[in-house]
Design a protein around this ligand. Structure first.
Ligand SMILES: Cc1ncc(C[n+]2csc(CCOP(=O)(O)OP(=O)(O)O)c2C)c(N)n1
Ligand SMILES: CC(=O)[C@@H](O)[C@H](O)COP(=O)(O)O
Ligand SMILES: [Mg+2]
Length: 645
């Protein structure tokens, strides 16, 4: 039998359904998401939570003419299924397949690209301004989660929207969760609104207000409408007299909370609010993971799981895998904090992802989750540094982009000692374009006074964290997503010498100077360089391998010596070539007039790298040992050619 989902090629078919049919469709959509996401992993719980909400929005609004602007876009799988991408849904997050987020080049229904949080209200307000200036007539709806509402940009946009008074609808998808528990005063405030409206005394008063109208001898819809109005005014009264007034006082009309799983109610609410002028906020209460008990029970674990078995709900993991870099970082931080009461940890809503939950558990008073607020996280850390603490701000490389000015203006200019622990540096795989951490070497090393380093393996990560904590001034440390190499780890810490690289092979600098070329690798690329060197040796080609350790300050002495000695350098980094580690080496050679050294820079090109499995992307973008070997071959054959001339 054909399922309802199979008949949906766009919102037109959805709009022809009855409410009971939509309820059946909701079940089918959940099944589809649970099954298809299980193959590669993805944002499961956020999507299960917005099935009815997404259907109601596409039903009521004339999409894509009316614009739906999703915040982050990690919850847009249902939106994709309803907007002509059902047949390709099984390719989501795979190389060449659908993106796990929103992309304007993927569909006309994706009106604004996203994956970093808190942008939707700004973008939607801009669209509303463009509409009005050009005399167009359509609705703009931003859909933002309670977590994303903690971000500075969302609050800046609310500040702007409340006074611009444009027709703009903001749907607050309030599931009382960020990835972990949501934090902050606004989250508490929304919680109060929710609790107040479900409390027995509120319900009693509401029933009295409604009942008195329903007893009037007016028939049918009008009475219900009047009862509804009474409820609304009652809510407004309660909101004004209690805690729900903030948004109204900022110039918005605030409606809700409503049940974000009740399709009929939502159709009513959206039909109504689309006729209301001015900026509006509608609070929809949803449950993350809704419809799959396992995910409902632990929505943090199921926020963005890897591949899992959907029949058992077990997330797949290879027994005996080495720990992840994140775990090693988190354990090292706790170990250092055990002996140093000044060490504190700061996360911007990523206690799971950054591993800081270990510090949270061990030293709750020295742990801060500031919400999705990277800029604030950095400046807040600056304040703690002034106050005599040693803050370690753990933020994914891609999200640290948010705080470049804070790093410069609030930390580096004042030479404050803050450690920037940038997880997920390099390519991240299936999350793609917007989440690869491939700009941080450039934005760290351009800043005066910043020290910039990256470990070749997990043992070095431990020592680098320790070193960073006991240096002065700003220090940036980057390490990749995923499992580490499985090297032995010591339980001791020691300081690494600033600006000193590690010669891995051959044993001495004198011998290294006599090699045919030098592989100068930074961070996670060192292991591929070592592999390439071994395979080249089998072919009779002998290259030195250097673990650069520092992108700033560079080990100038070693690099210059090897450049002069061998005449051939190959730099390797999992970062864009522009402004990265290789650029730093080129600048150094230029400064010393070494223009005749043959330098090749292996790194990512000047484009946004797509999503896909890491193995595919690394191969494609030349971060494999095979490509390193090719470059060495090409250097040597260039030399042979020029000798032959
Ligand atoms: C700037 C930025 N920082 C951190 C993240 C990581 N992140 C992705 S989803 C998420 C939680 C979002 O919570 P909410 O908006 O409530 O959406 P929900 O998953 O609850 O539907 C976070 C912190 C991000 N996407 N962007
Ligand atoms: C939407 C978002 O930004 C996060 O959920 C991100 O996908 C997490 O990445 P990790 O899976 O690497 O923690
Ligand atoms: Mg949420």
């Amino acid at each position: 039998m054909t399922s309802i989902l199979e008949t949906i090629n766009g919102p037109e078919q959805l709009r022809a359904l009855s409410v009971p049919q939509m309820e059946l469709l909701a079940k089918e959509i959940r099944r589809e998401i649970i099954e298809k996401v299980s193959v590669r992993g993805g944002h499961l719980a956020p999507n299960l939570g917005v099935v009815e909400l997404t259907m109601a929005l596409h039903y009521v609004f004339d999409t894509p003419k009316d614009m739906l602007v999703w915040d982050i876009g990690h919850q847009a799988y249902v939106h994709k299924l309803l907007t002509g991408r059902r047949e390709r849904f099984h390719t989501i997050r795979q190389f060449g397949g659908l993106s796990g987020y929103l992309r304007r080049d993927e569909s006309d229904f994706d009106v604004f690209g996203a994956s970093h949080a808190s942008t939707s209200i700004s973008a939607a307000l801009g669209m509303a301004a463009a509409r009005d200036i050009q005399g167009e007539d359509h609705k703009v709806v931003a859909i933002i989660g309670d977590g994303s509402l903690t971000g500075g940009m969302a609050l800046e946009a609310i500040n702007n929207a409340g006074s611009l008074k444009k027709n703009l609808i903001i749907v607050l998808n309030d599931n009382d969760k960020s990835i972990s528990d949501n934090v902050g005063a606004i989250s508490q405030y929304l919680g109060n609104v929710r609790r107040m409206q479900t409390s027995p005394s509120y319900q009693r008063l509401r029933d009295m207000a409604k009942g008195s109208i329903e007893r009037l001898p007016v028939l049918g819809d009008k009475a219900r409408e009047a009862a509804g109005r009474a409820e609304t005014s009652f809510k407004q009264f309660m909101m004004h007299s209690k805690s729900g007034a903030i948004f109204e006082e900022l110039g918005f009309k605030f409606f809700g909370p409503f049940d974000g799983h009740d399709i009929e109610t939502m159709l009513d609410v959206f039909e109504n609010v689309k006729r209301v002028d001015g900026p509006i906020i509608v609070q929809m209460v949803t449950k993350k993971g809704k419809g799959w008990e396992i995910a409902e029970g632990d929505s943090t674990k199921w926020h963005g799981p890897g591949a899992y078995d959907y029949t058992t709900g077990v997330i797949k993991k290879n027994a005996g895998d080495p720990p992840s870099y994140t775990e090693v970082f988190a354990d090292a931080l706790v170990a250092i904090a055990e002996n140093d009461p000044k060490v504190v940890g700061v996360t911007a809503a990523m206690e799971e992802g950054t591993g800081l939950k270990k510090l949270h558990k061990r030293f709750p008073e020295r742990y801060f989750d500031v919400g999705i607020a990277e800029q604030h996280a950095v400046t807040f850390s600056g304040g703690m540094a002034v106050g005599g603490l040693t803050p370690v701000v753990a933020i994914y490389s891609t999200f640290m982009q948010r705080a470049i000015d804070q790093i410069i203006h609030d930390i580096a200019v004042q030479d404050l000692h803050v450690v920037f622990a940038m997880d997920r540096a390099g390519l991240v795989g299936e999350d793609g374009q917007t989440q690869h951490g491939v700009f941080d070497i450039a934005f760290s090393r351009m800043i005066p006074g910043m020290k910039v380093m990256a470990p070749k393996d997990e043992e070095e990560l431990r020592q680098m964290l320790y070193t960073a904590i006991y240096l002065d001034g700003p220090v940036a440390l980057r390490y990749p997503r995923g499992k580490a190499l499985g090297v032995p780890m010591s339980d001791q810490f020691h300081m690494l010498e600033v600006g000193k690289a590690e010669l891995l092979s051959p044993d001495t600098l004198e011998a290294a100077e006599r090699q045919q070329a030098v592989l100068l690798a930074y961070g996670a690329t060192v292991s591929q360089a070592e592999l390439a060197a071994k395979e080249l040796a089998d072919e009779g080609i002998h290259v030195a391998v250097v673990n650069a350790r520092w992108a700033k300050p560079l080990d100038e002495e070693m690099i210059l010596r090897l450049a002069r000695g061998t005449g051939r350098l190959i730099t390797i980094e999992d970062h864009v070539v522009s402004g990265g580690f290789g650029s730093a080496v080129l600048e150094l050679l230029e400064e010393h007039g070494l223009n005749d050294v043959d330098v090749r820079v292996i790194g990512l090109p000047d484009k946004f790298v797509e999503h896909g499995a890491l193995t595919i992307l690394k191969e494609l973008y030349g971060l494999s040992s095979a490509h390193i070997k090719e470059v060495v071959h090409s250097q040597l054959s260039a030399e042979n050619r020029s000798m032959a001339k």
